[in-house]
Design a protein around this ligand. Structure first.
Ligand code: NDP
Length: 369
């Protein structure tokens, strides 16, 4: 593809606008009416608590079934996303830009004194638009932060399924593509199965909703995380059996550490006495967990996520750095995130945090970092 055809393919069409809007409307309706657990979020600084309607898995499965019916009835093309990838990319980019402008203006007019809606300004317009001014803006009863991350994770799966459909149509389905698709699908389904755990993560409790987060959710997650799939559409890789087994092991270890660590923290926050790995937990200052994965490194969950990210790229072999974009990006993001979280926790927990750091000196990877 030359530069001219790339630029032409990037021009949004009405078709792509309708696709993106239909997806968002479906998510808003399904998220509001489908049954799901109401999960209380963390307590905010004004003592209030938001409740999250966790029905993402049901919304996703219903969407896949509806799209499957649409494909069977020739109403939707299974390759609609992979055929129009670039214009969908530019459409979601413009959409994110407009949404965050509206968020900024609406936030500015908000007089709600609750801590999640009270706007915080730095006086620098670009900074405030980029990082956001409200912690948890809502629209018609929908928590927008929860909504956008859900849209991003589902969008990623839909892109992958469309890439898979194109591969099958072109009779080009390889072992590498199957591995990549399988790992991502398990990761995304797992995300929605444990969607309630999301309510205690950094993005939800600490990050304001600005362009950075909306772009990250709507554009970055679906389009950048699926680079391996796009790359495999036009590149052939021969994997040995040993490479396939090693790849599966990296995924399984990564998953065990990632899910295990996040689960331990979630369980601990609900019940600080719940056993960890069959033993009473070691708790510092009554607040911080120092057993299980949280006694090995202060962010073992990041290590697990990084191994999973690597397992998404390994099916592409080592002939090109392009499919390694996601693990490299995640490494940088999580190191930066860990540093910011460290500052937040040091301020919040003070001497308790210092004691935890003494007991668990490793940040992400024991004996290395
Ligand atoms: P964490 O889930 O690790 O949350 C950090 C918070 O947990 C801290 O601010 C603190 O909050 C609490 N905490 C930290 N240490 C302890 C402890 N020892 N005991 C009890 N509580 C503790 O971080 P994230 O939200 O960043 O990550 C969640 C998951 O999402 C991770 O697995 C990460 O890899 C993944 N992720 C994936 C991304 C991607 O692009 N694929 C991007 C970002 C994250 P509190 O004030 O509540 O105590």
């Amino acid at each position: 593809m030359d530069l001219n055809s790339i630029l032409n393919a990037l021009v949004p069409s009405w078709n792509s606008v309708v696709t993106v809007l239909s997806f968002c409307i479906y998510l808003a309706i399904a998220g509001s009416i489908l049954p799901g657990k109401a999960v209380p979020g963390v307590t905010l600084s004004d003592g209030s608590r938001l409740h999250y309607h966790c029905n993402g898995l049901l919304s996703l499965l219903l969407l896949v079934v509806l799209l499957g019916i649409g494909v069977r009835m020739d109403f939707v093309s299974p390759t609609v996303i992979s055929d129009r990838g670039l214009e969908l990319l530019s459409t979601t980019f413009i959409f994110s830009f407009l949404v965050t402008l509206v968020l900024y203006v609406a936030g500015k007019k908000s007089h709600d004194p609750s801590s999640s809606l009270k706007p915080h300004f730095t006086g620098n317009l670009i900074h405030d638009w980029w990082f956001g001014i409200q912690l948890n803006p809502q629209f018609m009863g929908i928590d927008l932060k929860f909504f956008f991350v859900r849209a991003g994770m589902m969008g990623w799966l839909l892109i992958n399924l469309s890439v898979l459909a194109r591969c099958i149509q072109e009779a080009n389905l390889s072992q590498s593509m199957i591995l990549y698709q399988l790992f991502c699908m398990l990761y995304i389904l797992d995300y929605f199965y444990y969607e309630a755990y999301m309510t205690s993560t950094w993005d939800i409790i600490a990050e304001k909703l600005g362009f950075m987060l909306v772009f990250g959710d709507l554009v970055w997650i679906p389009f950048a995380f699926s680079i391996q799939g796009w790359w495999l559409l036009s590149n052939q890789v021969e994997l040995t059996t040993a490479a396939v087994i090693a790849n599966c092991i990296v995924f399984l270890i990564g998953y065990k550490v990632f899910r295990g660590a996040n689960k331990q923290k979630h369980v601990f926050k609900k019940n600080p006495k719940a056993p960890i790995w069959g033993r009473p937990p070691k708790v510092i200052g009554g607040k911080l967990l120092a057993s299980g994965y949280w006694g090995i490194a202060r962010h073992s969950n990041y290590l697990g996520d990084l191994l999973i990210a690597l397992s998404f790229s390994l099916p592409c072999g080592i002939s090109s750095p392009v499919p390694y974009f996601y693990p490299i990006y995640l490494l940088i993001l999580l190191i930066w995130r860990e540093r910011r979280d460290e500052i937040r926790c040091a301020e919040k927990y003070r001497e308790v945090w210092a004691e935890y750091c003494k007991l668990v000196p490793w940040r992400i990877l024991p004996y290395v970092y």
